[in-house]
Design a binder for this molecule. Sequence first.
Ligand code: ATR
Length: 284
Amino acid sequence: MAPASSNAPVLAGVVGHPVCHSLSPVIHTIWAKRAGINGYYIPIDVPPSYDEFARAMDSLRVVGFAGVNVTLPHKEHALRYADKKSENAQAAGAANMLTFSDAGASAENSDITGFAEAVREQRSEPGISALVLGAGGAARGVVLALKALGFTDIRIANRTMERAVALAEAFDLAVIEWGKRSQVLENTDLLVNTTSLGMSGQPSLEMEIGALKPSALIADIVYAPLKTDLLRRAEENSHQTVDGLAMLMHQAVPGFRQWFGEEASVDDELRGELVKELNRRGKT
Ligand code: ATR
């Protein structure tokens, strides 16, 4: 690590490829400004291979970075690079946070806690039965969050059946055929989309949600557009919703605490700033 002088700014950032779309610099910069912290949080584009990732992390440590968030395609690389790995990061097989110290690099997964917090914000007791659409890395994190929230009946529906089966076997879940996703909603407390369907530039998610009970919560991890077709229809049917921005804001809290040393607040003012930024980028 670089020798730290008492008035040196705190350095942190987000590593990905591409990374220019990330809203994390906006979030951390707002929090640092609010707290009057002398610090910088910057986007860092690192080519996709593990070797390039490891070289970049070594360099960031040399120049004194406190830590970084990690996004696609490097979340598995972050876990591999770390000397110490949290239980959540190990269970997910991926990390979105690396913290550097003289003792080494430690990996954490705040995507899991971020999703759990976003759900808890809407509902302190969200229920026991969930249907998860998708079976990729995002679905894995969501499943771990659902288990932490107390869900005991978790079902997976995914276009590619083998991926659904693999995830279900890893976490002892039930599998629903992709084509039957709209027919199994009756007793569902939470429906969550983790697929890329509904994202701008992608096909929309075809899903009939009329069979959901009125108290069911509907979540979508997509945040561009912020109001996906699924969430718009959920609101029309008077369901409470959790959008991708809620998860994104909550996953950022542990990094800010760890690297900048202050508690950060997820509130309407922050959401407003992020919506403005998404509008500026033409993403809502
Ligand atoms: P991530 O790690 O972000 O979850 P991923 O591993 O690429 O990304 O997973 C994307 C998810 O969106 C998968 O569940 C994928 O389904 P497949 O496993 O069948 O690929 C889902 N997905 C993407 N495009 C889809 C489409 N057109 N129809 C249905 N599901 C789709």
